[in-house]
Design a protein around this ligand. Sequence first.
Ligand SMILES: *Cc1c(COP(=O)(O)O)cnc(C)c1O
Length: 432
Amino acid sequence: MALKQSEKLFAAAKKLFPGGVNSPVRAFQSVGGHPLFIARASGAYLTDVDGNNYIDYVGSWGPMIAGHAHPKVVEAIQAAAAQGTSYGAPSPLEMQMAKQLMRQLPSLQRLRMVNSGTEAVMGALRAARGFTGRSKVLKFAGCYHGHADYLLVKAGSGALTHGRPDSLGVPESFVEHTLVAPYNDLAAAEKLARRHRKDLAAIIVEPVVGNMGCVLPKPGFLEGLRKLCDATGALLVFDEVMTGFRVHPGGAQGLFGIRPDLTTLGKVIGGGLPVGAYGGRADAMKCVSPEGGVYQAGTLSGNPVAMAAGLATLKLISTPKAHAKLLRKTERLAKGIAEVAQRARCRVQVPYACGMLSLFFSGNPVENLDDAMASQGALFRRFFHEMLARGVYLPPSPYEAWFVSLAHGENEIAKTLRAAKDSFLTLAQENG
Ligand SMILES: *Cc1c(COP(=O)(O)O)cnc(C)c1O
């Protein structure tokens, strides 16, 4: 498999962008080698600039849940673009989007469209602070909530991959209101929340984590956070930028039956275009300008082309039937990977939720960041390259989730499992 053009482009890109990329994990630093430059994508497949095809389990890190270049999504984008690409004024499409999101998430009484997940989280937490008049935010180690200064503390994948959980350029005083507890550790969260109860504005959590690999909440963890917020008056914020309309048509909140006070969304709701949203309780959202005093704005927010792409994508994925299908595929893949690993005597964990999964080289269940970090990243790195050579494109990091789309058919999954079997056997031979 020739990779000449990708290698050349990467060398040239390094003179254009820091590290040759516009988002760190794309640089392949944690798996080594150079990234593939993508020429086009269709369905479950990526084609690189050297003409190689790969089954894609990155899916642009979540948005491409209907598969790449789905004809219905492309058509919606073209139709919207022909009517003008941005007005900077209200338009009916953003109302359609809001109504669709509210139908799927009854906890959304009011919402605001923005342009990325990062922005959605910034808006939601500013609203929570404005509404409660409090300063502190409790987050969990290994959860990523975008790159706002005060949230770059134990921030998961991108930061982890580079071995530096905190970022340079963030003054210490900017994170003094950020509290951090281990994921799935309700007692630790309770202790922090009670110590800071008068000043705790919000608890923010990925209800299923995707950003230290896929990590599931233990039974009672999310319920406990709900109770803790009720007891302290802090708002419970579910960051559903990744889980929103992937794990369930009602998001993780629908899957687990827990009503957060505020929710952040992104990825899937933009269908591959830049979109985010935040919303929830009407009393809290009424604090947002121009109705209230919490300022937040956006030149391209509610962009009609992005709304059209998101609506078309939601229509494809948000039926019980489509979700049942996606869950079956994910299950088959996750269980299949665990099985072929076991046969090759590789010790792995393969946690999954609908449409997302992870492969940890570890003999122990992964429940938090320490568990994820204790997995053998070096084995993942070898596995990644074995799979790539067999035409399967996995996330280039042991701490990122794999994403399955509606376009991954039986053929793709069977081919992936064959590649996994051969890759595990190669690893087992190398390691005696
Ligand atoms: C991706 C992600 C974000 C950030 O979204 P961007 O669109 O990349 O800014 C925030 N929270 C979670 C849970 C995410 O997965």
